[in-house]
Design a protein around this ligand. Structure first.
Ligand code: SAM
Length: 279
């Protein structure tokens, strides 16, 4: 039976507040699972099972799929669409309220694959970036504008704190653009699939918290120079900020957005080493 018929037959009504825009195109769903690099060894964590179309495509390839879904009224629909799949489990609860450390402990190494509800895209991604110790990577469908932001290069208007935060774990790539016509109901914007591999392409920093503080500072006031933003964020004198930037081989007068994530990481390491020397 077509997804549309199952949904209509069940009397289900879409809830905009939960970002419910479902996919049903079999080729696209298979392509997303391929994009993510899901194999028979993979444990997948999905946020937002919806009517289960992506969950099924993932479960057909993965060892195990655990999917969160906030909307209980999808239970009878998922019972039909995921029938016969022994390796897919849907948890009807709010992903944002889950005990994240316990979930990671339970899953072991995992990949995140999801068509994310648009209203929590950034906090969900940031959770994996900052707390996802066992997360090997994320492949997420997001609004096109967000995809541009996540994959932006330094010095471009779309480059921001989220880009730099994600890049530390693994540079994001835009792997596929998806027109709005492929969603039910049809949203007002197009979407894109972004992938970031956390096992390659990221970089390490001496102190995670200092890196976060540098990223925050670099983008806190985009019209101010990095020197001014660092002075405010780290209570430095102008001389100290100047000396730090010179040591990092960053030219005077630049704005934070001109620095690559790696350069911000280098700056954070210099600050961290001065902090520990001062202790
Ligand atoms: N994966 C399905 C697909 O691709 O067709 C549905 C994707 S839809 C964009 C997002 C889904 O996330 C919706 O089913 C929505 O109810 C669910 N959702 C929204 N907020 C959630 C939350 N906090 N925790 C778990 N699921 C959530």
């Amino acid at each position: 039976m077509e997804l549309r018929e199952i949904l209509q037959g069940s009397g289900f009504s879409f809830k905009k507040k939960y970002g419910q825009n479902f996919l049903s195109d079999g080729n696209l769903l298979a392509a997303i699972a391929e994009d993510a690099g899901v194999t028979s060894d993979t444990t997948v964590l999905e946020i937002g099972a919806g009517a289960g179309a992506l969950t099924r495509a993932l479960a057909e390839r993965a060892r195990r799929v655990v999917s969160y879904e906030i909307d209980e009224s999808l239970r009878p629909i998922l019972a039909v669409t995921l029938a016969g799949l022994k390796n897919a489990e849907v948890r009807f609860s709010d992903f944002e309220k889950c005990d994240f450390a316990a979930l990671e402990e339970e899953l072991g190494e995992y990949l995140v694959v999801a068509n994310l509800p648009y209203y929590i895209t950034t906090p969900v991604i940031m959770r994996f970036v900052e707390e996802g110790k066992r997360c090997r990577g994320i492949t997420v469908m997001v609004q096109e504008e967000v995809a541009e932001r996540l994959t932006a290069r330094e010095g471009t208007p779309a480059y921001g704190a989220v880009t730099a935060a994600l890049a530390r774990r693994g540079r994001a790539q835009l792997v596929r653009r998806v027109p709005r016509t492929l969603f039910t109901p049809r949203p007002n914007v197009d979407s894109a699939v972004v992938r970031a591999d956390f096992t390659a392409g990221g970089f390490s920093v001496a102190d995670e918290r200092v890196y976060r503080a540098v990223v925050r500072a670099a983008f806190s006031s985009r019209r101010k120079t990095l020197e001014n933003n660092l002075m405010a964020a780290f209570s430095m004198t102008r001389e100290e900020a100047k000396a730090l930037l010179a040591e990092a081989q960053v030219s005077a007068g630049v704005r934070g957005e001109a620095l690559s994530p790696e350069a911000l990481g280098h700056l954070a390491d210099l600050i961290a080493s001065k902090k520990s020397a001062a202790k």
